[in-house]
Design a protein around this ligand. Sequence first.
Ligand code: 5GP
Ligand code: MG
Ligand code: MG
Length: 191
Amino acid sequence: MGSQCIDDDILTVIWTAEQVFQKICELASQINNDFSSPGSTSPVVVGVATGAFLFLADLVRNIKLPVTVDFVRAESYGSGTVSNGAPKISCDVKLDVAGKHVILVEDIVDTGNTVSRLISYLEGKGATSVSVCTLLDKPSRRKVHFKLLGDGKFYSGFECPDAFVVGYGLDFNERYRNLPYIGVLKPEIYK
Ligand code: 5GP
Ligand code: MG
Ligand code: MG
C-alpha cells in the first residue's frame, strides 16, 4: 500500500510535465502537417483506454484539423507488470471507421501485442489507414513487428528505458494515472 501522497511513491522522475507537454506539441505538429493536404478526409483519433486518456486529451487540443475522437479498450495486463501476450478487445469503437484514416493513440508500445491486435481490428472494420501515435516506445522489448495499415505512420514521443513506468495515464494496479509526470516507482511499492 502506497502513502497518501502519490509523489512520495516515486523513485525517479523520467519526464517532467513540461517535457511531456513539449513532446506532445511536436507530435501534434507532425500530425497537422501529415494530414492537412486539401481534399483528404479528416482522421478519426482512437485512444486506447485507459492509459491514453491524458495523452489523447492533450494531443487533440493541439491538433488543428477537424478530427473526431473515440476510444477502444484492450486488455492484456491483469494486475501485474508483464503483458500476457493475448490482448482482448473489451470495448468497441462507437464511430464508424470504414473508409477513414485512423490515428490510434497509445500510452506505450511495449511488446507490440496490443497495437498489432488493434491494427487488425481496425482493418477488419474497413479503415483506409491506421497510424499509431504513442507517447512512449520500448523498442528493446518488442516481440511483434506490427505493420501499419495503408499509408499509416508511426509517431513516437520518447524512447522508454526497459523499466516499468507510471504517471500521465500509465498505471500500476490502476493507480498513479493522475501523476502529471512520468516516473519509476520505489521498489517497495511492488511488494
Ligand atoms: P504491449 O501489448 O505492447 O506489450 O503493451 C501495451 C500495454 O502494456 C500498454 O498500453 C500499457 O498499458 C502496458 N505497459 C507496457 N509497458 C508499461 C510500463 O512500463 N508501465 C505501465 N504502467 N504500463 C505498461
Ligand atoms: Mg495502453
Ligand atoms: Mg495498465
